[in-house]
Design a protein around this ligand. Sequence first.
Ligand code: CP
Ligand code: NVA
Length: 312
Amino acid sequence: LAPLCGRDLLSSADLTSAQTAALLELASRLKQGDQRFDLGGKVLGLIFSKASTRTRTSFTVAMARLGGQTIDLNPQVTQVGRGEPVADTARVLSRYVDALAIRTFGQDELDDYAHWATVPVINALTDLEHPCQALADYLTLQEAFGGGPDDLAGLTLSYVGDGNNVAHSLMLCGALLGVNVRIGCPVGFEPDAGVLERSQAIAAERGCGVEVHHEPVAAVRGAHALYTDVWASMGQEDEKDSRDAAFAGWCLNEELIAEADSRAIVLHCLPAYRGKEISAGAMEGSASRIFDQAENRLHAQQALLVALLGTG
Ligand code: CP
Ligand code: NVA
């Protein structure tokens, strides 16, 4: 993981296959308490332009467990909310903090922060990607199917719903790990074409595949993990009603679970809307690993922070 020290994580594709696997292995060791690291004195700045329960809290607790701390640099409490340019903000904050975790809308704004900052910048969710989420998700899949990251190769993860930020990082990160990723979505809600092409190129090298399906059962048949996310992401609140209509028939429910592998697990990045993208039964049923998955955000991000900030 030494090559990751000082680097940014803006996209799941910023990591190689080996680095992704090494992060999962480290996350697993940290979770088991087998290894300790000291980031004493290090400070992570959190710039969140959107709401967050899990990401903000898990980064804060991860830094605390590593002996460091976080500072809330929410745009409403800094001059960012009054229009201070990213170029100035990023250069100033780099003089104070050791890394920045940023949650915003456009990937271009995140890239701009990374361009000007002289400390690592972490994507804490943009409209395009959610790489920290994908690391926790594949850690959860690894736990369910035993073994280490190498054993993920050949498994199939099916994501049903909107071809959004979470889907994009699952495609890229999954391809890096040799996981077959199927995206099932209504026509018009496909993942970004550029991300699809990139993930398929990575998958071809790894000997797995990334596919898009427009029929729910075809998308989930035989899969080892069934995953869904909200139909209207943050920033799409105005489209909520039209999206509810467009996604009718795409609820991840017990009927769909019955089409998957008998050992299949159910995942959701949360927050979830029961009765919309997931049924209450799927959420609370025996296949659900949703709350382990939420916990794994903490372990995966601890591993990431250790890799990016180094241990001195
Ligand atoms: N899954 C996730 O990123 O949750 P938050 O929006 O609560 O951070
Ligand atoms: N796709 C969702 C994920 C929330 C964690 C959103 O962007 O709102």
